[in-house]
Design a protein around this ligand. Structure first.
Ligand SMILES: Cc1cc2nc3c(=O)[nH]c(=O)nc-3n(C[C@H](O)[C@H](O)[C@H](O)COP(=O)(O)O)c2cc1C
Ligand code: SF4
Length: 518
């Protein structure tokens, strides 16, 4: 058996030297004339252990990490003969952080070669597509409705219902658009999936095409993701070569192909209508709704637009059945949520788990608390427009409705942790500043309101007429919520008002203005 060694090529691992480690391993093996395959994978999402190197043995894979180039000469005997090594982690699937997860979407990430059709298929890939090819479009749509899948991109709208609308629309051309703009703070699940298992997304987009009668898909990948862009493009090429994209896919009489596009580099281009404008080659301005993109979307045609994680959940739903998927989760939040632990956290990474785990379990049981070791003070969930929760909200289950009840939102599942050194007035100021920078400028509450909000918050921070200025902020937030055209302006009050409500002491003490919140 040829020795197989796995080294991640995910951006997180690359940032801490994975390429150098892979090169050092290859050089060391060549010098010792040892025949081996060094396979580049995605990341399993245990970032404090990256680069995590694995070797295939007769009893399964053995992991070592975090590996530095200087560790490589000593590591080779361990990889070859199982000799003891200080970085040995054992069977990666048995590491508690991974063992406690329920990976329906991320099961292959970090395990397979992301651009190998054979590897994907050997690990259960394309089963969903095979089933979909034998079904009528409406049957596929109803399977997705029955799974209870809700959009993972932020709003949580039921995916199957959206597809039903596109299926029912009459048009000569329909489109599938994958939103891979992933601009929320603390989020990286879309990127990890595109770098670690892009074919699950290709399969999901193809099934969506079969479901609604679309023959062309587009994926819009944020410009800050060059590795994801490259890996996804290579995976599309490999699928095309294998007859899984293009005309008569998988030997059927159906056509579907995917075009890969790099985004424009603005947060608002993640908003679906703005993304469509950008895809059409125009400036990323938000469109009025209605008409919904489902009826009049890309190039004016009926369009399914879904997040990466929504589309990537579909192959599993088709392969294992809607009920199996829906059996995970709680209430109206069915299936699993790949949530992301970031900020001041000891064990940052990707955790896929059924909805219902509490925020505290995510942050403490998986994340190990703050990296600084200082007391946790605030957690922001749902990106830069998400609410700040205080430590006594850690009992909130990760569930769309439970978060909404506490005036928060789950969004894309990004969890950003802050310790007790955080200044919440600075965070509130930053929310306005972020909105001002990223506003598309189409409507006044967002374009002007965000700038006035930042200025007013700066006056609060300087201790000028605090009570009056906070009343002004309250009024401004109400206007932004009620009168903004899209959720960028409409949700900016979430971080602002939650910070004021839960951390009032930070708004009642004059101090020198610091611009360090970001
Ligand atoms: C300002 C703004 C930014 C957004 N950014 C993203 C994004 O990066 N990725 C995403 O999938 N959805 C994003 N959304 C949500 C999309 O508009 C849309 O709801 C989503 O792509 C629909 O897919 P889903 O139903 O699968 O969630 C954003 C929304 C707003 C208002
Ligand atoms: S709320 Fe902001 S981003 Fe949204 S349409 Fe209005 S100006 Fe544009």
């Amino acid at each position: 058996m040829t020795l197989r060694i796995y080294v991640p090529a995910d951006a997180s691992a690359l940032s801490v030297g994975a390429d150098l480690v892979a090169d050092a391993i290859a050089a060391e093996l060549a010098a010792r004339r040892i025949e081996a395959q060094v396979i580049r994978t995605g990341s399993r999402g245990l970032f404090w252990l990256e680069p995590m190197v694995e070797v295939a043995t007769l009893t399964g894979r053995i992991a070592y990490g975090p590996v530095d180039v200087a560790d490589v000469p000593q590591l080779i005997p361990a990889l070859l003969e199982g000799a003891p090594h200080k970085l040995k982690l054992g069977n990666p699937d048995a590491i508690p952080y991974l063992a406690r997860q329920e990976r329906l979407t991320f099961g292959r990430v970090g395990v397979i070669d992301p651009v190998s059709v054979d590897d994907y298929r050997a690990h259960g890939g394309f089963k969903g597509l095979e089933k979909a090819l034998a079904m009528k479009p409406a049957e596929i749509v109803e399977e997705v409705v029955a799974s209870g899948l809700r959009g993972r991109g932020g709003a949580g709208f039921p995916t199957g219902i959206k597809w039903r609308t596109v299926l029912g629309a009459q048009a000569d051309q329909k489109y599938i658009v994958c939103n891979a703009d992933e601009g929320d703070s603390g989020t990286f699940a879309d990127r990890m999936l595109m770098e670690g298992d892009p074919m699950i997304l290709i399969e999901g987009m193809t099934i969506a095409g079969l479901a609604v009668g679309a023959t062309q898909g587009y994926i819009y990948i944020r410009s800050e993701y060059p590795h994801a862009f490259r890996t996804f493009g290579r995976a599309v090429e490999a699928c095309r070569k294998a007859g899984l994209l293009g005309t008569r896919i998988a030997g059927s009489d159906r056509d579907f192909d995917i075009t890969v596009r790099l985004g424009a580099g603005a947060y608002v281009c993640g908003e679906e209508t703005s993304l469509l404008e950008s895809l059409e080659g125009k400036r990323g301005l938000v469109r009025f709704k209605p008409p919904l993109p489902a009826l009049k979307g890309l190039f004016g045609k009926p369009t399914v637009i879904n997040n990466v994680l929504s589309l990537a959940a579909v192959p599993t739903i088709l392969a294992d059945g809607a009920k199996t998927y829906a059996d995970f989760g709680m209430g109206r939040s069915r299936g699993t949520l790949p949530f992301q632990l970031a900020g001041n956290i000891k064990y940052g990474g990707l955790v896929e788990k059924a909805f219902g785990l509490t925020l505290g379990e995510a942050v403490h049981d998986f994340g190990g608390g703050t990296l600084s070791g200082r007391p946790l003070r605030a957690v922001q969930v749902g990106g830069p427009l998400g609410a700040y929760f205080p430590a006594d909200y850690l009992d909130t289950p990760l569930d769309y409705e439970a978060f909404a009840q506490r005036r928060g939102m789950l969004g894309h599942g990004g969890i950003v942790v802050f310790d007790d050194t955080v200044d919440m007035a600075e965070q509130a100021r930053f929310a306005f500043e972020f909105c001002a920078k990223e506003s598309c400028g189409k409507c006044t509450p967002c374009r002007i309101g965000s700038t006035r909000g930042r200025e007013t918050m700066e006056r609060v921070i300087r201790g000028e007429h605090i009570a009056d200025n906070l009343t002004l902020i309250e009024d401004l937030c109400r206007t932004m919520t009620d009168a903004s055209l899209c959720a960028l302006g409409g949700l900016t009050p979430y971080p602002v008002t939650s910070a004021i409500e839960h951390f009032p002491e930070d708004f009642d003490r004059p101090r020198a203005h610091r611009a360090a919140a970001e």
